[in-house]
Design a protein around this ligand. Structure first.
Ligand code: SAM
Length: 258
C-alpha cells in the first residue's frame, strides 16, 4: 500500500479497512441489498455506460472495488483491468474469484487517496460507492493523475441531501463507517477544479416510495413505474434533483497536475 500521511487520515484508513474487512468476511453487505432494488434503473444505466467504455485493450481501474463489483464483467470484454481497495479481505476475494473464473485482473490492496500507479495509465477509472468514503480533494487529484488525457471517470455514488434518507442513515450507524459522507452538490463543483467536464445524472427519488411496500411482485411493478417517473422528472427539476438517493457522475478532460 502507498504511504499514508497525516495521523487522523491514518486512523480513518484503518477504520475503513477494519469495517470493510469484517463486512466482506461476514458477507453482511448483502443484508441491506434488498433496499437497493429500487435503484435498479441507476445500476442498469451505470453498468451500460461502463460497458460502453470497455473493450479489448482498454485500461480500466476499478477504484474501491470491494469484492470486485464490476472488475469481472469488465475483464470479460477484453479490457485490461486493475482493481484496488483498502480492504485486504475485499482484494483477497476479488483475486480468488478472478482466478476461479480464469480472468486476468490485477488486484492490489491500495489506498485510493495515494495510488502507486504511474501517471496517465488508465483509459477508464470507475467505482460504485467509493468516493463518499474518501477525502475528495485527494481522490480527484489521484484520479486525474492516473487518467489519460482522453480518459473517462465514471462513478455511482449516494447523495447526502435528502433528510429522510439522512435520518435512516443516522438510525443505522452499524451499516456504515463513521467517516463516510454522501455526496453533496458542492462536491460536484469541487470535481470541476480537477476535470474540464463533469456531468451528473440523478436516480431514485419517486422510487424511494417503493420501499414502503414489502418485497413482492407488486413492489417490482411499482419500482418500474416509479423509475419511469424519476426518468421523466429528475432531469427537469434542476437542483431539486439533489433529494434523490444516487447520482452517476462522469468526469473527463482531466486538468494537468500542478
Ligand atoms: C460501500 S463499499 C463499495 C464497494 C464496492 N465498490 C461495491 O459497490 O460493493 C466502499 C469501499 O471503499 C473502500 N475504501 C474505503 N476507503 C478506502 C481507501 N482509502 N482506499 C481504498 N478503498 C477504500 C472500502 O474498503 C469498501 O470496499
Amino acid at each position: 500500500m502507498g504511504s499514508l500521511t497525516p495521523v487522523s487520515a491514518d486512523v480513518r484508513y484503518q477504520s475503513e479497512q477494519a469495517f470493510h474487512d469484517q463486512a466482506f468476511e461476514e458477507g453482511t453487505r448483502s443484508k441491506v441489498s434488498r433496499s437497493y432494488d429500487v435503484l435498479q434503473e441507476c445500476t442498469n444505466v451505470y453498468a451500460g455506460k461502463l460497458m460502453a467504455l470497455a473493450g479489448p485493450g482498454i485500461d480500466v481501474l476499478e477504484y474501491g472495488c470491494g469484492v470486485g463489483t464490476d472488475a469481472f464483467a469488465l475483464a470479460k470484454t477484453g479490457s485490461v483491468v486493475s482493481a484496488i481497495d483498502i480492504s485486504e479481505e475485499g482484494i483477497r476475494q476479488t483475486r480468488e474469484r478472478a482466478a476461479a473464473e480464469g480472468l486476468n485482473i490485477s488486484c492490489h490492496q491500495m489506498n485510493a487517496e495515494d495510488l502507486s500507479f504511474d501517471a496517465s495509465v488508465f483509459d477508464v477509472v470507475c467505482g460504485r460507492g467509493i468516493l463518499h468514503h474518501l477525502e475528495l480533494e485527494h481522490a480527484f487529484d489521484q484520479l486525474r493523475r492516473v487518467m489519460r488525457p482522453d480518459g473517462v471517470g465514471l462513478f455511482m455514488e449516494p447523495l447526502g441531501h435528502n433528510p429522510l434518507i439522512n435520518e435512516f442513515r443516522r438510525r443505522t450507524p452499524s451499516l456504515r463507517t463513521p467517516d463516510e459522507h454522501p455526496i453533496l452538490l458542492r462536491d460536484f463543483e469541487l470535481a470541476k477544479a480537477y476535470f474540464g467536464q463533469v456531468d451528473v445524472e440523478f436516480y431514485g427519488l419517486f422510487t424511494l416510495l417503493a420501499l414502503l411496500v414489502p418485497e413482492s411482485k407488486l413492489r417490482d411493478q411499482l419500482v418500474a413505474r416509479l423509475s419511469s417517473m424519476d426518468a421523466a422528472v429528475l432531469p427537469r427539476i434542476g437542483k431539486t434533483a439533489r433529494f434523490a438517493w444516487y447520482a452517476i457522475m462522469r468526469m473527463s478532460a482531466p486538468r494537468p497536475t500542478a
